[in-house]
Design a protein around this ligand. Structure first.
Ligand code: MGD
Ligand code: MGD
Ligand code: SF4
Ligand code: MO
Length: 748
């Protein structure tokens, strides 16, 4: 009998999938069919969230039982419509078409996008097998429109990526981040309130808006939009000028003189003026940071999707490095993740436009350029999984044109999304509550947490997990031929002691690249149904044991790597509330720098050159488009496009445009009135919300709106207004927070 069948009223452990925190939840199933998610509570047994949850997960049933659900594979017909197909037909068609494109143009002409969103990263792990089976070389995901600049800078300065310990810091800073609504750190609201309430601790928020996080803060630096580079350069100049450096810490770093040559020369008063922050306040913040026992800092979209994004990531790191805030409690750390999701290495460029690839990802803003060209190296096909690029990438119309030009597009999703509607084949996936799921956002320290969530429900007829989809694709492509599948299955039935040696032969043989689907096919059937899709974790657990033996041993997973890995794997399967898989030690982090020189590299020549150019001041505003539009604010009821039913938004159903009272008055509009919003790329009519939180000249639209089969219900789609050319010169990240815009009163 399936243990998925549950008694009514029983609390079942799972997690929220609406932001990267993936707080542990307990859920009760109900409704007429017992398939509704009816009651929720934070899971106290979850080692990271410890019972915490915000208001959003109470509406997760809108995801599980949402509109636009896909229930059968769909195949595009000659007349342009979709027809349902059997799985055998659909898989055969995808394998045949992608196989033919590979044979004609090489696997590098097939582009992979997605692999996981806020709650699901196992598809990405299984997809590696399909990518290898087809010889696919290029891929990307949403990370390459937000985090690649930060990763790249971290890699060059320290050889690694970092996060910060807000739980224990004396001074906390949020730069272009509104954690009250967007979270991003464990138990965000509790942590923010704790810092704010403690007179010995200081909360600093840098945001042009007076956000809820800014209201809580001890110091709100209300910068002019897009001017954070001047603010940070000014803070660094004060740190250098007033000797707020941590000299002992900097003995392990190189390049201070080069940094001083550029940033020591900054005119602090002029830079304060450029960013709109009073000089005295800027100086005070430099001192508060420089004198703090510990300082934790977090940058997010407000700066990462803005002018100077990579430069800001660099200057931001310099602030906490010059003040010695790495490798001690309350400061920054690096953690032993299961998968290096924050990989900042850059070895290659994109095939057509030569865009810098970071962590293996092509900049999202370059994707359309790699397709809409006659260059023979262009992408010919795209495999999209658990992502909605037709909606989420800059310049929606151009992205749609690019998708239309491709010879073949396959989309794997739970819902009929804006992207799926443009596909040749749509493959319906089970939801994150109908299969085992997990994420690889394992950013906690010193106790690093992993949560394999058992499925809550059996999937409906006609949909499959990504594990199964990729296994079938690899089989159809002939990529599993010669693999000892029967032998492995028999070994799995006997237990891990028999399976491991049999699997080791595969792992070191020619079939190694198919390991994810081999695990699914052979180990999967031996696992409990609720956690079956976790089979791929065996490989990752063994790799983690090889990479971070000390941290795993400290969490109870010691011994030789294969044994430690199996122990960890079995614990993952048996921990429906999540587990601590690695325990770090601050004294180890202190010495951890992975640059070739084993020293922290403070001076990055290209970025110092860019910093020197700040002296010219901000660009003059565009007279035609006098407003700065931030296109994609996180609000109480936004969650990317994960929830497609607009009814889930209790407030702000339309996703109003927030406008300063004086700007609204000048236009003669009030809350609820409609305005015509025009950018260089597009035009939309949108409802206004007059908001004291805005500053003059700055307007803000939510993200994740403007979706649904019936057209644009639930607000407007922000990327109808953005353009791909507005991007960072180093890693191509979009400048969505700084879209030049014009506002007019809409005719009634
Ligand atoms: N509720 C909710 N939470 C989410 C999500 C969601 O959709 N809804 N999405 C998740 C995802 S995918 C991500 S990446 C994170 C993003 O999380 P955040 O980055 O925190 O989210 P945003 O609201 O997009 O941007 C943060 C702030 O940047 C400010 N900002 C705009 N321009 C500037 C500027 O020039 N300088 C500075 N310093 N700040 C500026 C905005 O006013 C805004 O308050 O949120 C995650 N959490
Ligand atoms: N203008 C503007 N654009 C933005 C942003 C902005 O602030 N402004 N924010 C950007 C950011 S930070 C991000 S992260 C992106 C997010 O954009 P995307 O990465 O494109 O993804 P999501 O909107 O999170 O949608 C995830 C998709 O996964 C599907 N899905 C859910 N569960 C499953 C599952 O179990 N299996 C499969 N196969 N599919 C599933 C959902 O139906 C949805 O289609 O948007 C970006 N776009
Ligand atoms: S903080 Fe994020 S993961 Fe946690 S409950 Fe809220 S939306 Fe869900
Ligand atoms: Mo994101």
């Amino acid at each position: 009998m399936s243990t998925t069948a549950s008694k009514r009223g029983e609390w079942k452990p799972t997690a929220c999938i609406l932001c990267e925190c993936n707080c542990g939840l307990e859920v009760q199933l109900g409704g007429d069919d017992g398939k509704r998610l009816v009651r929720f509570r934070g899971d106290k047994a979850h080692p990271a969230s410890k019972g915490y949850a915000c208001e959003k997960p109470h509406r997760l049933d809108h995801y599980q039982n949402g509109p636009d659900r896909l229930t059968a594979p769909l195949v595009r017909q000659p007349d342009g419509s979709f027809a349902e197909a059997s799985w055998d037909e659909a898989i055969a068609l995808v394998a045949e078409r992608l196989g033919a494109i590979r044979d004609a143009h090489g696997g590098e002409s097939i582009f992979y996008y997605g692999g996981g969103g806020q709650g699901n990263h196992l598809p990405g792990a299984y997809a590696t097998a399909t990518r290898r089976a087809l010889g696919m070389r290029y891929r990307s995901s949403a990370l390459a429109q937000e985090k690649t600049g930060e990763f790249w800078v971290g890699h060059r300065m320290m050889g690694l990526s970092t996060r910060a310990d807000f739980e224990h810091c004396e001074v906390a800073l949020f730069l272009g981040k509104n954690p009250w609504f967007s979270h991003g750190i464990p138990r965000a609201r509790v942590t923010l309130k704790e810092i704010a309430a403690d007179p010995a601790r200081t909360l600093i928020v840098v945001d042009p808006r007076r956000t809820k996080s800014a209201e809580l803060a001890d110091i709100h630096l209300q910068v002019k939009p897009g001017t954070d580079a001047w603010l940070l350069a000014g803070i660094l100049a004060v740190i250098l000028e007033e000797g707020l450096l941590d000299e002992a810490f900097l003995e392990g770093a190189s390049g201070l003189d080069e940094v001083r040559a550029v940033l020591g020369a900054v005119d602090v008063a002029a830079y304060a003026d450029h960013c709109g922050v009073p000089e005295a306040q800027l100086r005070e913040v430099a001192r508060v940071i420089g004198r703090a026992e510990s300082f934790a800092s977090f940058e997010d979209l407000g700066v990462q999707m803005n002018q100077h994004s990579t430069l800001v990531s660099y200057l931001h790191k310099l602030v906490w490095l010059l003040t010695g805030n790495y490798g001690k409690p309350g400061a920054h750390f690096t953690m032993p993740g299961l998968v290096n999701i924050a990989d900042g290495r850059s070895k290659h460029t994109s095939p057509v436009t030569g865009a810098r690839i970071v962590g293996g990802m092509i900049p999202c803003n370059s994707i359309a350029d790699e397709i809409l060209t006659d260059d023979p190296k262009r992408f010919r096909a795209m495999f999209v999984e658990a992502a909605n690029p037709a909606h989420s990438l800059a310049d929606g119309p151009r992205m749609r044109e690019a998708l239309a030009k491709l010879d073949f597009v396959v989309v794997v999703d739970v819902a009929m999304t804006e992207t799926a509607r443009l596909a040749d084949v749509v493959l319906p996936a089970s939801t994150q509550y109908e299969k085992a799921e997990a994420t690889f956002f394992n950013f906690e320290f010193p106790e690093n947490v992993f949560h394999l969530r058992p499925r809550l429900l059996a999937p409906p007829e006609g949909v499959l997990s990504e594990a199964e989809i990729h296994a079938r694709l690899c089989e159809a492509l002939g990529a599993l031929e010669g693999a000892p599948m029967d032998e492995l299955r028999e070994a799995a039935a006997k237990g891990m002691a028999a399976y491991m040696p049999a699997f080791a032969k595969v792992a070191f043989g020619p079939q190694a690249k198919m390991a994810p689907v081999i695990l699914h096919r052979t180990l999967g059937p031996a696992l409990p149904e609720e956690v079956r899709e976790g089979a791929v974790l065996l490989g990752l657990a063994v790799q983690a044991a090889m990479k971070s033996p000390k941290a795993l041993a400290a969490a109870g997973f010691g011994g030789p790597p294969p044994l430690a890995g199996v122990k960890l794997f079995e614990a993952m399967l048996a921990s429906p509330h999540g587990l601590v898989f690695a325990k770090g030690d601050w004294s180890d982090v202190a010495g951890t720098v992975k640059t070739p020189s084993k020293r922290i590299e403070l001076a990055l020549g290209d970025l110092l050159e860019e910093a020197a150019r700040l002296a010219a001041g901000p660009p003059a505003p565009d007279a035609t488009y006098p407003f700065v539009l931030s296109a994609g604010e996180r609000r109480s009821f936004t969650a990317n496009t994960i929830i497609r039913n607009p009814d889930w938004r209790k407030k702000d159903a339309e996703g109003a445009l927030r406008v300063h009272p004086e700007d609204a008055a000048a236009l003669g509009v009030g809350t609820g009135d409609r305005v015509k919003l025009t950018t260089r790329r597009g035009m939309a009519t949108v409802a206004v919300e007059v908001s004291e939180a805005m500053q003059r000249g700055h307007i803000s639209l939510p993200n994740g709106t403007g979706i649904g089969a019936a057209g644009l219900h639930g607000g407007i789609s922000p990327n109808e207004l953005t353009e791909t050319a507005a991007r960072d010169p180093f890693v191509g990240t979009p400048w969505h927070k700084r879209v030049p815009a014009k506002l007019e009163r809409a005719e009634a």
